[in-house]
Ligand binder design. Sequence first.
Ligand SMILES: [Zn+2]
Length: 301
Amino acid sequence: MPPLGGGGIIPAMPELPEVETIVRAYRPRLVGRRLTAYTSRWAKQASPSVAAVRRGVVGKRIVRLDRRAKYIVFTLAGPGELPQSWMLLHLRMSGRLEWAADPEKGRHRHIRAWFDLDDGNRLLLCDSRKFARISFTTDLNAATAHLGIEPLERAFTAARLEHLLHTRARQLKPLLLDQSVVAGLGNIYADEVLYAAGLHPLARSDELSPAQVRALWRAIRAVLRKAIRHNGTSIDWIYPDGGMEPYLKVYGRAGTPCPVCGTAIERLRVAQRSTHICPRCQPRPVRLPGGRSRHRGGGRL
Ligand SMILES: [Zn+2]
């Protein structure tokens, strides 16, 4: 792939904006092509098995390429068939797609799998740490039943988010990272979203006011849309193509001044994850008598 943009390099894993960017970049090359072979060099990548994935995909045409949460979803159809099978690819911590126009010549490293296409090109899965996963299914609903709502879809309204928050009593950061609630956010964008909403990562989901819910809803959509516009954030060697890094306000910025108030950005540990906040713009919830907490701080978007 040609580079998609500039930007710095950050250790993390691809989240919604990066996967969306990958899907948009590969869609014109892949949709309409027929898969002629699947070769695996790492059996554990495939579910239910390498042989089952091969039986499922080889000979089929890619009729759509989409993103669901952090998955790349290939919709497949056999000759004369309606689309009724899917291949899901999750890059996880270290997977990266590469395009080999001339498979015999290449500087590709850590190749764990490849798909041959009917136009002579080859799609490579490069994966230094072997975390990426490929699965085949004939029931997409079942395969994605564990995933929560897509935050950029129309069904994700402020009222829907309020319901998701208020029917749970959880800290905001782990809740935002939970793919079964809202799908697609990871460590980078959860931090950016909470900062944009003026909310502390330890604030409780069931204690947010309607105005805070609305601020969070607006922040989720605005941050993700902006990140997609910039092709996501560059992530060490697995995703060097993003241009969002200069626009991150808190993630990876510990010690630098908050763009709004000038207070030094702090790094905390929340749910075993490195978490970045402005302690002034995202005040800690204040515990009140009776166990409820009150938040200062509102939204900013
Ligand atoms: Zn601040």
